[in-house]
Design a protein around this ligand. Structure first.
Ligand SMILES: [Zn+2]
Length: 155
C-alpha cells in the first residue's frame, strides 16, 4: 500500500470566454481560472496524488505546459491517462479523497457529478468536499488537495 498526496492551485482570470471547469463539471459562475489546460484544479490534484508514490513523475513532467497539444486540454482525459499509466505499472487505485478550497463558486450543487466524473476517469471511488476560505481576504483562485491510496500485488 502507498499513500499519495497532490495539491494544485489556479488563480482567477478575467477572460470572459474561458469556462470554469472543476472535476469535469462546467460551473455557471461568471468566473474562470488561468492555465494552459482547462485549469481543472481538482483533476490536476488527483493526477499528482496518483503519480507521486508511483515515481512516474508529476503532472508537469507527464503533460508539459510547453506542449501545445495540452492547450485547453480536458483534464479529466489527462487524469484518465494517468490512471492507465499507473495501472500499466502494476498499481491498483483504492480511492481518492479531495478538499476543494474556494470562496466562489459553491461546490455543493455539483459535488455528486464531480465525484462521478472523477471516479469514472480513474475507475475507483473519488470523494470530495468543498471548503470556503472563512474570511481569508484577497483569496483570488481555487485550491485543491487530494489524497489517494494505492496498492500493488508485488508489494
Ligand atoms: Zn493545475
Amino acid at each position: 500500500m502507498r499513500i499519495g498526496h497532490g495539491f494544485d492551485s489556479h488563480g482567477f482570470t478575467d477572460d470572459p470566454n474561458r469556462p470554469l471547469i472543476l472535476g469535469g463539471v462546467e460551473f455557471e459562475s461568471g468566473l474562470s481560472l488561468a492555465g494552459h489546460s482547462d485549469a481543472d484544479v481538482v483533476a490536476h490534484a488527483c493526477a499528482d496524488a496518483l503519480l507521486g508514490p508511483t515515481k512516474l513523475g508529476d503532472i508537469g513532467t507527464v503533460f508539459p505546459d510547453t506542449d501545445p497539444q495540452y492547450e485547453n486540454a480536458n483534464s479529466i482525459d489527462l487524469l484518465r491517462y494517468v490512471a492507465t499509466l499507473i495501472a500499466k505499472d502494476g498499481w491498483e487505485i483504492i480511492n481518492i479523497d479531495c478538499s476543494v478550497i474556494a470562496e466562489h463558486p459553491t461546490i455543493q450543487p455539483n459535488k455528486k457529478l464531480m465525484e462521478s466524473n472523477l471516479s469514472e476517469a480513474i475507475g475507483a471511488p473519488v470523494t470530495l468536499k468543498g471548503k470556503s476560505t472563512e474570511g481569508f481576504t484577497d483569496f483570488n483562485g481555487i485550491l485543491c488537495y487530494a489524497m489517494c491510496l494505492l496498492s500493488r500485488a508485488d508489494g
